[in-house]
Design a protein around this ligand. Structure first.
Ligand SMILES: *Cc1c(COP(=O)(O)O)cnc(C)c1O
Ligand code: SF4
Length: 446
């Protein structure tokens, strides 16, 4: 079959049912049944087993069979991206869990110990939960976040998981069942009621977890109401997803892939800009035939694919990887959008890069690609006051500083106003920076 020749999307999926790929997932408890792991040294297997009691672990057969190069494990970047590593925990925490497991401790005891460690790992960075839930008539709109004027985030209840977990995920807490921390929308009218009263909202962004783990039918319940003429001020519908990397069949051969593409196309036909915010961490994710087919299919709906990812030590912490990734994306018709700084949560100690280093990687990568790939902005921190980009080190009147700028801010007037921190080669997050020039506070702290 020639997929490129398929008529506009919405054409029936002609993959016979028995040729459709079905997902097999492996988590901490099913780890032993994962055949590829048998090739690893026993010590490495044990490390994975121990850490998976604290941090979420879930991987599917597509990632295992087609993305990870097992000849390069444990240094393979996709392996690092998806599998737990002992250095993700403090040594004393690792040892505590390991000795409980060795002693055959009751699972509840292990869980309590794991919970105590989790609470020390900043399960909710930036207190986003309390600060950005909007209200209608004094009632909180659970499952929505409205921080920047133009854009409302939606966390649909059925989209709070992912096809595979990234070990660096800042939403890791909800994956390990820290339920009291969950934020989710089950009733689509919460979104439409809110947006109807907020004419300033031009963008609705479905996020998760991954909204593409939802069936098309579930997704449609949330999306279709946005097409009502009363909500014409919503110009853009965005979907944040990692499915292109972790389960591209979602857009091609899954039983409701056709319906999904038809839904996207319907949004486009209603005059909406549909943006698939593709979470793409490594160029490898854009190499497989399945991923390429999914990209073609999505583009044919009229959706625009924009790409974003954090910069992560052990996975994509060099300029060649980013330049390769951006070039490949542009070649495939995708638009590079953000390079993020890994958040200060979960396995941050393992994945974090100093801001100065992240900036160097960004600068080296961006200066080696065509202007069409320079649409990527970064490295950007989604911090409590807003998205702050590191523009890089400079010397001003003899003082070494780090130039910074808001790309998005709770106060729109803060955007694009340069500000300066004392140069700090080790800081990994905004809250570790101090103002330059002997000032006591940054302007936004006043
Ligand atoms: C990043 C982000 C957005 C979207 O910002 P854009 O710069 O428009 O992509 C919206 N809300 C929150 C809370 C965000 O962190
Ligand atoms: S795809 Fe996003 S939400 Fe899902 S595990 Fe990865 S970082 Fe977390």
């Amino acid at each position: 079959m020639n997929r490129t020749a398929r008529p506009h999307t919405g054409a029936p999926n002609d993959t016979p049912a028995d040729a459709r790929r079905r997902m097999t997932t492996y988590n901490g408890t099913r780890l032993a049944t994962l055949p590829a792991l048998g090739r690893l040294p026993a010590a490495l297997r044990r490390d994975i087993h121990v850490v998976s009691h604290v941090l979420p672990f879930r991987v599917n057969d597509y990632v295992v069979d087609e993305l990870i190069d097992w000849d390069r494990v444990p240094d393979d970047p996709i392996f690092r991206l998806t599998f737990p590593h002992r250095d993700m925990l403090r040594p004393e925490d690792f040892d505590a869990i390991a000795s409980l497991l060795d002693a055959g401790a009751d699972p509840r005891v292990v869980r309590d110990a794991a919970d105590a460690i989790r609470w020390r790992l900043e399960p909710h960075p930036g207190a986003q939960l309390e600060q950005n839930v909007p209200h209608v008539d004094g009632e909180p709109c659970h499952g929505l976040q409205h921080k920047y004027a133009e854009t409302v985030l939606v966390f649909p209840a059925k989209g709070q998981t992912c096809h595979t977990y990234c070990a660096y995920c800042f939403r890791w807490a909800q994956f390990v069942g820290m339920k009291e921390l969950r934020q989710q929308a089950s009733d689509p009218s919460v979104l439409t009621d809110y947006v109807a009263r907020h004419g300033e909202v031009t963008d609705v962004l479905f996020t998760g977890g991954d909204p593409m783990v939802m069936s098309t039918e579930q997704l449609e319940r949330h999306v279709s109401p946005l097409l009502d003429p009363s909500l014409d001020h919503v110009r853009t519908i965005r979907f944040g997803t990692k499915a292109l990397a972790y389960w591209p069949f979602r857009f091609t051969t899954d039983p409701d892939a056709d319906a999904l593409c038809a839904l996207l196309e319907r949004c486009v036909d209603h005059g909406k800009h549909v943006a698939i915010m593709v979470h793409c961490t490594h160029p490898r994710e854009l190499e497989t035939p399945a991923a390429l087919a999914a990209i073609r299919r999505l583009r044919a709906t009229g959706a625009v694919l924009r790409t974003q990812s954090p910069i992560i030590r052990h996975v994509n912490d060099d300029a060649v990887t980013w330049a390769t990734m951006w070039n490949r994306q542009v070649g495939l018709g995708m638009v590079p959008y953000y390079m993020f700084v890994e958040r200060d949560t979960g396995a941050h100690r393992y994945f974090a890069l100093p801001l100065v280093e992240a900036h160097r990687v960004y600068r080296d990568a961006i200066s080696s690609v065509s202007g069409l790939a320079r649409t990527a902005r970064g490295p950007s921190m989604s911090a409590t006051p807003g998205k702050v980009v590191v523009d890089g080190p400079a010397v001003i009147q003899g003082e070494r500083v780090l130039a910074l700028r808001f790309l998005q801010a709770r106060e729109p007037a803060w955007c694009n106003r340069p500000f300066f921190a004392r140069f700090d080669p080790t800081a990994t997050w905004l809250d570790q920076l101090r103002p330059a020039f002997g000032e006591e506070r940054f302007f936004f702290e006043e």
